[in-house]
Design a protein around this ligand. Structure first.
Ligand code: SF4
Length: 316
């Protein structure tokens, strides 16, 4: 049923002699075959680190990662390489993620050299097929990244990710560096490719409208933890965590009259420093429902209704 699972996953970064930033703090996510799970939250909440740790771009500090039921958290050498063929990433910045000295053909085929044994002819054919798949002319194979627009570069980033026939892709804010006019094209391309190739996406973004558009389920992160995880419709119409409710209430509405009637929940203050998070519930310094218990005891992510998980004492 699950393609990739993070079980109690932690990723801590050392900051100073005795301090750690708990970028990913006991995260549990189970990705289903062929779904898109959107991961949202303010900057610095650990979305990107979660995605990168799940595909072992970062080494987990503790916890497990299961790929199709097999624990891959400690794999090394050839076995790790085999896992890496199945999981890819599309990076946020299409300007920084493509090597300016390589042709587009070389960039796309780089992963094939590592993971597939193909002749030059087979490789060239595959590069051309991939370029067509992402909506580009095969002549682009001989060009360089600096000759391309942002949208074209991100299409190359997508072709590069698809080159080794992965099953799971982390889409790490893939549209946030693009013009608004191009964003929808890239998202629609990702959705089309998912349908055609049966891909599973972890789609990271701070854009709640885009997450609503693309996701089957949505996970909400705050200071390194998942605070709510549910189907997209539940998150947008029946969320239970006070943080999710505040995020959803802040989504701009196109109709200005409807917008004025909307009951916005204002989040007071900034996200606390991840070096020194509050005790108990990490959201308590900004939560209007916080009680003494919230300062003393961290809530655990629990299934409060079928397929709806919330970490809040109010929901127990
Ligand atoms: Fe607010 Fe307490 Fe729930 Fe945390 S556990 S979200 S502080 S009510």
């Amino acid at each position: 049923e699950y393609i990739l699972e993070a079980v109690d996953l932690c990723k801590y970064f050392k900051a100073g002699r005795k301090q750690y930033v708990k970028a990913v703090d006991h995260v549990n996510i189970r990705m289903r075959h062929g779904e898109t799970l959107g991961l949202v939250g303010e900057s610095g909440c650990g979305k990107t680190t979660t995605g990168r740790t799940m595909i072992r771009l970062y080494e987990p500090t503790s916890g497990k990662i299961l790929f199709e039921g097999q624990d891959i958290s400690k794999l090394k050498g050839k076995e790790l390489l085999h896992f890496k063929k199945n999981v890819q990433i599309i990076f946020q910045d299409p300007y920084a993620s493509l090597d300016p000295r390589m042709t587009i053909g070389e960039i796309i085929s780089e992963g094939m050299d590592v993971h597939m044994k193909l002749s030059e002819e087979e490789k060239e054919k595959r590069v051309n097929d991939l370029l067509r798949k992402v909506g580009l002319n095969t002549e682009y194979a001989n060009r360089f990244a600096h000759e391309l627009s942002g949208g074209q570069r991100q299409r190359i980033g997508i072709a590069r990710a698809l080159a080794v026939e992965p099953k799971f892709i982390v889409c790490d804010e893939p549209i946030s560096a693009l013009d608004v006019s191009i964003q929808a094209q890239v998202v629609n391309l990702l959705m089309k490719l998912q349908r055609e190739m049966g891909l599973t996406y972890l789609f990271i973004s701070h854009d709640l409208s885009m997450i609503q558009h693309i996701s089957d389920r949505v996970g909400v992160m705050y200071l390194g933890s998942i605070v709510e995880l549910a189907p997209e419709k539940t998150i947008y119409s029946a969320s239970k965590h006070p943080y999710t409710q505040a995020l959803i209430s802040a989504i701009p509405v196109a109709d200005p009259e409807a917008d004025t009637e909307k009951d916005r929940i204002k989040l007071e203050g900034e996200v606390p420093s991840p070096l020194n998070p509050p005790s108990g519930c990490k959201f308590r310094t900004r939560c209007r429902y916080a009680t003494e218990r919230c300062a003393a005891e961290a809530p655990v992510l629990r299934e409060v209704e079928p397929d709806h998980f919330v970490a809040c004492h109010l929901c127990e």
